[in-house]
Design a protein around this ligand. Structure first.
Ligand SMILES: [Zn+2]
Length: 189
């Protein structure tokens, strides 16, 4: 199994999920150290292995970026029209988005190789750009928060009626179904 959850439909939403079970008693910080940050970048970026940074401040700023993205995404989810995050959040996201993203090039064997001066910053630039694109696009109206107990994962609802309630039917959706079933069985007595 992959270490970090994915499948929200957008890399920026997968990224904010690294604070698992946000705002619940079960909250877990998954970007705890440079090794964890490198592991996330390896899982979501174009490289098989990314070396962890020796700079602990890089982890701090990766988390600062995540929280800024979380707030702007939540604004986009709950408000209609243009989003107006704080200047601080706007600057944090813009700065990350301005870094160089991974650059593809075709090698002699016919394979694509990816390069970036700073692989971690490059993948976070992709994340930041994705967030900016998402919150200013019509898809912003499709951002949902999972109704699963203490899950609170964000995802893009691409179902036609736009009524999806859970991040995944296999986990949160299934648990909710079972709970409802049990409640019905109990009330039958
Ligand atoms: Zn969920």
């Amino acid at each position: 199994m992959r270490r970090f959850r994915e499948g929200s439909g957008r890399i920026c939403l997968d990224y904010i999920r690294t604070l698992r079970h946000r705002d619940s008693p079960a909250e877990v910080e998954e970007l705890a150290d440079p090794v964890a940050l490198a592991a996330w970048v390896t899982q979501f970026g174009p490289w098989d292995r990314v070396t962890a940074t020796s700079d602990v401040r890089a982890v701090e700023s990766a988390r600062t970026l995540r929280e800024a993205i979380f707030r702007v995404v939540d604004l986009a989810r709950t408000t209609k029209g243009p989003v107006h995050p704080s200047d601080r959040d706007r600057i944090v996201i813009n700065k990350a988005a301005g870094r160089e993203v991974p650059i593809p090039s075709l090698d002699k064997r016919g394979e694509v190789q990816w390069t970036a001066p700073d692989p971690i910053a490059a993948v976070l630039a992709t994340v930041a750009r994705d967030a900016l694109e998402l919150v200013t696009s019509p898809t912003a109206a499709r951002i949902r928060r999972c109704e699963g107990e203490s899950c609170h994962a964000y995802f893009v609802d691409l179902s036609r009626p736009g009524s999806r309630r859970w991040c995944s039917m296999d986990t949160c959706g299934n648990r909710a179904k079972k709970r409802n079933l049990r409640a019905r069985e109990m009330s039958a007595y």
